[in-house]
Design a protein around this ligand. Sequence first.
Ligand SMILES: Nc1ncnc2c1ncn2[C@@H]1O[C@H](COP(=O)(O)OP(=O)(O)O)[C@@H](O)[C@H]1O
Ligand SMILES: [Mg+2]
Length: 214
Amino acid sequence: MNQLIESIHQELLSGVQIESLDPHNPVAVHQVPDPWQLLGAGNYAAVFYHPRYSDQVVKIYAPGRPGFAEELEVYRRLGSHPAFSECLYSGENFLVLKRLYGVTLYDCVHLGKRIPKQVIQDIDQALDYARDRGLHPHDVHGRNVMMQDGRGLVVDVSDFLQQEACSAWDDLKRAYYWIYVPVLSPLRLRVPYFVLDVVRAIYRYFRRLVRRNV
Ligand SMILES: Nc1ncnc2c1ncn2[C@@H]1O[C@H](COP(=O)(O)OP(=O)(O)O)[C@@H](O)[C@H]1O
Ligand SMILES: [Mg+2]
């Protein structure tokens, strides 16, 4: 772990360039210093791993994006659970997390990987566990949940302290049972990223409309 922390400070933090262009879209990563690898980007942060320490990932918050301290607190409350990662170390604007070797459900739909119901049930149970720990599952969408060996994982818990209701997971489940199970899955359709992004934009638009009317 010490060597990993050293490498984060000496190689990663000094060389990496992360920029949040728009809070509703993933951050842009302009530079990744060798041998670090970019694993994914969310609306707050980018996630990297070092090939020599590949069981850990480093999540670096983009300058100006909030949520770092909150995510740390969420991991403290979650403790150890098979469907969640764990926070192993925290620095100034980064967290070292246990790596989850899954494929996000968003990527599964893109790749045409079949998502069994067990995955959805595992995530439901994991979110119940989080609620029992005084947390409020929030922003649980296709890029924040994963499938590994037919089981469900929750990869991003950064908004779980927010008390405001969030329907993302219920909406995703509805799409799973109404569209994925009867149509996409049997046809083994692969959905291109641009279609997924258009669906995401339409979804956001309607969610805002609905919210305005309640
Ligand atoms: N512990 C982890 N193990 C493996 N991949 C991860 C892990 N945490 C994040 N990722 C990858 O990085 C992406 C962005 O991380 P995420 O935590 O969702 O960031 P944000 O809080 O900005 O949304 C995820 O969609 C996932 O692909
Ligand atoms: Mg995310």
